[in-house]
Design a protein around this ligand. Sequence first.
Ligand SMILES: CC(C)(COP(=O)(O)OP(=O)(O)OC[C@H]1O[C@@H](n2cnc3c(N)ncnc32)[C@H](O)[C@@H]1OP(=O)(O)O)[C@@H](O)C(=O)NCCC(=O)NCCS
Length: 176
Amino acid sequence: MSESKKFVELDKSLHDRESFDCGELELNQFIKTQAAKHMNAGISRTMVLPALSPLPNQKLPICAFYSIAPSSICRETLPKAKAKKLPRYPIPVFLLAQLAVQSEFHGQGLGKISLINALKYLWEINSHMRAYAIVVDCLSDEAERFYTKYGFEFLCEHNGRTRMFISMKTIESLFS
Ligand SMILES: CC(C)(COP(=O)(O)OP(=O)(O)OC[C@H]1O[C@@H](n2cnc3c(N)ncnc32)[C@H](O)[C@@H]1OP(=O)(O)O)[C@@H](O)C(=O)NCCC(=O)NCCS
């Protein structure tokens, strides 16, 4: 299986959600049962990288995906030096809610490509509607190590997960 070059919005009539397996049950379940519903409800957007060749059901396997949504954090969760420059009401951020790569592609650079694509997409949105940072909630220690590699820092514990963030200023310096 080889992947296309472009992320597109999830379309359940075109993309085969059933065959997606990244090794994390929660993320597999998300793409199969929730991603499209959340888009219909207007609460997040899921972008997928489809394979080039269709399955016998004529749908394209999903090689990787990510989901994004607007969110907010309390300034108290940030390191003191950063927090003191911010107001006391909720601080707008972008939530990189999910990111996963089909298991057969692990270790071939698709996680990095997906993350860069998601960061660039959010950076473009930020030129229209500002957010302070991008946050991710890590499902595992491996996910935490993956995001640390790309400059994400510890923010707080959130619903039993490690929440990490990268400031929009850092993203700006990467892409502008
Ligand atoms: C985490 C995940 C997205 C990484 O995807 P991948 O395609 O295997 O990653 P890549 O091949 O692009 O690796 C990019 C870099 O991250 C590193 N990396 C990949 N997985 C890592 C891990 N689990 N821990 C630490 N570093 C990791 C690689 O060594 C590589 O570094 P290098 O460029 O210096 O060699 C993938 O393993 C996955 O889908 N896991 C299950 C879902 C998940 O945990 N998602 C995280 C969101 S909670």
